[in-house]
Design a protein around this ligand. Structure first.
Ligand code: R5P
Length: 293
């Protein structure tokens, strides 16, 4: 198997190649003056399986998705046997059903497009809802980066910290973190108005007085969920509040708002490269691909 280093996840792909010992195929990449993407695969992989590592996070998630499709097409045309896509952040995964009349199912459109481009398999991380994977007309799986994030905090001296998920649906995330941190775990409750997007959070039966609390979530986007959760935790008398997410999008002034609410550190993975991508997914991806090789 060879690793194809997608332009959106170049560093991560190179790390995966180094850790796994699987050879890499560089991608020659440019953006034309009109904004369109050009890709060319600069290596040989005929008759081999390939794994394209390419995240599709904002900004420019549409361009990143098309680059992924173009790479899959080029890989198939170049004679790859099986084309696997490792897409740490999968764009459009949150629109996985019809919430309101008149909508489409965006993730299904993405899945069909990738199938048409030649993809045979997809691996992603902490997809927002697992049923979205059923929309893919080929094997698609989600891995969890939560143990890696919890381990980051363990190394920082947070053994025994309280692992909290900001809503009940993400309770399994807090539970995964708890197995690493060894403290208690729990959740807040959150409901969202589908028309206005407004959310309401509450904390029934939670007591985190004097505790170090780490909020674990799949995504931080506008930061509203973390800000609301942190206010509740501070009101309860939590001693320290940290937050960890797999996909740290942190749109607009999210970072400022989260820090002002009282979070001491924001930690994400290199699913979204940049300032918050402090924990690398490379060990997990490398293990997964080696197991398939
Ligand atoms: C939603 O249920 C997700 O798990 C996240 O909590 C949400 O997407 C975070 O969005 P925001 O940062 O905009 O509150």
């Amino acid at each position: 198997m060879k690793i194809i280093c997608g332009p959106a996840s170049m560093e991560l792909a190179e790390r995966v190649s180094a850790l796994s010992g699987l050879g890499s195929v560089p991608v020659v990449f440019k953006i034309f003056p009109d904004g369109e993407s050009y890709i060319r695969l600069d290596g040989s992989f005929e008759g081999e399986d390939v794994a394209i590592v390419q995240t599709t996070c904002p900004p420019a998630q549409d361009a990143k998705l098309f680059q992924l499709a173009f790479i899959a097409d080029a890989a198939k045309r170049g004679g790859a046997k099986k084309v696997i896509a490792v897409v740490p952040y999968l764009a459009y995964a949150r629109q996985d059903k019809l919430f309101l009349k008149g909508e489409g199912i965006s993730v299904e459109t993405v899945a069909r497009m990738l199938k048409a481009a030649g993809l045979n398999e997809l691996i992603t991380f902490n997809i927002h809802s697992e049923p979205a994977l059923e929309k893919f007309p080929f094997p698609a799986k989600t891995l969890s980066a939560i143990p890696l994030l919890a381990d980051y905090f363990l190394q920082k001296g947070c053994k025994g910290a309280f692992a909290l998920s900001p809503d009940k649906g993400a309770m399994h995330i807090a539970q995964q973190a708890q197995t690493v941190l060894g403290g208690e775990f729990g959740h807040l409750s959150k409901s969202r108005d589908r028309f206005t997007g407004q959310t309401v959070q509450s904390a029934e039966g939670l007591n985190v007085k004097d505790q170090t609390v780490i909020i674990f979530d799949d995504i931080i986007s506008t930061g509203g969920t973390i800000v609301g959760a942190t206010r509740i935790l501070r009101e309860q008398g939590a001693k320290h509040v940290f937050c960890a997410c797999v996909h740290g999008l942190l749109i607009g002034d999210a970072e400022k708002r989260i820090l002002e609410a009282g979070v001491e550190e924001i930690v994400g993975t290199d699913s979204v490269p940049g300032k918050f991508g402090k924990v690398s997914l490379a060990p997990l991806i490398s293990r997964e691909l080696k197991a398939q090789n």
